[in-house]
Design a protein around this ligand. Structure first.
Ligand code: NAD
Length: 462
């Protein structure tokens, strides 16, 4: 029920992480009244003071546009639930040792929500969860005394990517709503209404946080089980695409072909598409590795042959070793070699280092006795928390990292690394050797400037 007199829906978002915070700010931006909850009191204090705890383009700008009436922050789930008609659960679902998703945060939050339900609520599962989680949430509500008519559970998976999260949220390819309840479906339709009817895009025409010429996304209604499977199946497919192109890259290296040319030629086929066909160090981040594991564990439990998904993981794990081999083949011994590292985040545009291939590679280099000087435009604070202290130092810009280094390693696809002048690199480096794990730099240019240049799936220049 929209009780705000046409002023949007009253929404609570539980979990102020990469998904919850972006969702909360964007829901406020499209006209809803939002209350965002986290049990991390320091995070809530920072947000109440207008500080954003994560690096995400346009998020601070959009937060600043919201009034205290349209967006506020609290540590109390009960307060948020009472003040809202729809409650989005966006807490983490990290992996357990057995590969399954740890759903204990979801259970905890569902139980807390139950205690505060005082009128009809739509409980929305935004976190990535295995199929049948919405059934479990419904059971938790019933066990805690919630009348079946007082709440419906809906699956509304999120497809945003860190680094472009605001744009992805506001201009999604599709919105999936998995529910058996018409009443809940109406609430969800009204929440996404300003995107579905295009009115939000007209209101914010030419805003640089939207994609160019945004079109209204389709809203797809499914069963809750289908919606849950759509999310896991999509992430597994994207991971599969990355492992596939990395396999093609290995063939290109032997055949003397260029994987970027091959991927471009493949991707022009609309059935294949250009996205997620970039060869490199493999996928990382807080989603693909854990979601693939959870999906595989689920398939295994169901008795479905998921060997294909295991192979996707295996190929991904081999990328780091393969790249270490390339470094050794040029540098010979690694002990005491000074290496400049550009990029620690799992991808450009974020400060997130969870399951970052760059971090895994740096750990191996440190274990082999290398001295690392690192720079990342956003992820040095988060990287410091997870990397050993010894053997690594951090500098404030890319060229300083290269000062007197035996080689340069480009490990994250930050677009600004592409802009670094090769001549300036050459002046800084002790040896003009570059290992580009993201095929970010211009190979021809590096060749012309006399670098030893090693990348992925492209002929090495020596
Ligand atoms: P995150 O770790 O950045 O944020 C989770 C937040 O939930 C944290 O701030 C944590 O303090 C809070 N939290 C945990 N337990 C809580 C509780 N009991 N009460 C209140 N707050 C609590 O996680 P994330 O990256 O935002 O991911 C959240 C979910 O969304 C995961 O299931 C993830 O798989 C999924 N997802 C993530 C992305 C992404 O790119 N990060 C994209 C799509 C989907």
């Amino acid at each position: 029920m929209d009780r705000s007199g046409g002023q949007g829906t009253r929404i609570a978002v539980v979990g102020c992480g990469y998904v919850g915070l972006v969702a909360a700010v964007c829901f406020a931006e499209i006209g809803h009244s939002v209350i965002c909850v986290d049990n991390d009191a320091a995070k809530i204090r920072a947000l109440q003071a207008g500080q954003i705890p994560i690096h995400e383009e346009h998020l601070a700008e959009l937060l600043a546009l919201q009034s205290s009436a349209s967006l506020r922050f609290t540590t109390s789930i009960a307060e948020a639930v009472r003040a809202s008609d729809a409650v989005f659960i966006a807490v983490g679902t990290p992996p357990l040792d057995n590969g399954h998703a740890d759903l204990s945060f979801i259970e905890e939050v569902a139980a807390e929500i139950s205690g505060a339900i005082d009128s009809y609520k739509v409980i929305v599962e935004k976190s990535t969860v295995p199929v049948y989680t919405s059934d479990w949430i419904s059971k938790i509500l019933r066990r805690n005394g919630v009348d079946p008519s007082a709440a419906d559970v809906v699956s509304n998976p999120e497809f945003l990517r860190e680094g472009t999260a605001v744009r992805d949220f506001l201009c999604p390819d599709r919105i999936i709503v998995g529910t058996c309840s018409d009443q809940a479906f109406r609430v969800m339709t009204s929440i996404y209404g300003p995107l579905l009817d295009g009115s939000y895009y007209r209101r914010r025409a030419s805003a640089d946080f939207l994609s160019h010429n945004p079109t209204a996304p389709p809203l797809v209604r499914t069963s809750p089980a289908s919606a849950e499977l759509i999310k896991h199946a999509s992430n597994a497919f994207l991971a599969l695409k990355i492992s596939y192109v990395n396999t093609i890259a290995s063939m290109c290296e032997i055949a003397g072909a260029d994987v970027d040319e091959v991927a471009h030629g493949m991707g022009l086929d609309r059935r294949i598409g250009q996205q997620f066909l970039s060869a490199g160090l493999g996928y990382g981040g807080s989603c693909f590795p854990k979601d693939l594991k959870a999906f595989r564990s689920l398939g295994h439990e169901m008795g479905v042959d998921v060997a294909l998904l295991r192979e996707v993981e295996r190929i991904n794990e081999r990328q780091i070793d393969g790249f270490m081999g390339k470094i050794r083949s040029i540098m010979w011994n690694l002990r005491n070699k000074k290496l400049a590292v550009l990029g620690l985040a799992f991808k450009g545009g974020t400060d997130d280092v969870r399951e970052s291939p760059a971090i895994k590679l740096v750990r191996q280099l440190l274990a082999e006795g290398c001295e690392i000087v690192a720079f990342d435009p956003a992820a040095m604070t988060t990287a410091r928390r997870v990397l050993p202290e010894e053997g690594i130092s951090y500098v404030d810009n890319a060229l300083d990292a290269m000062n007197d280094a035996d080689a340069l390693l480009v490990l994250t696809d930050w677009p600004e690394f592409r802009e670094i002048d090769p001549q300036a690199m050459k002046v800084q480096l002790a040896q003009p050797i570059v290992f580009d794990a993201r095929n970010l730099l211009d190979r021809e240019l590096m060749m012309q400037r006399g670098f030893t240049y090693v990348s992925i799936g492209r002929p090495a220049v020596e």
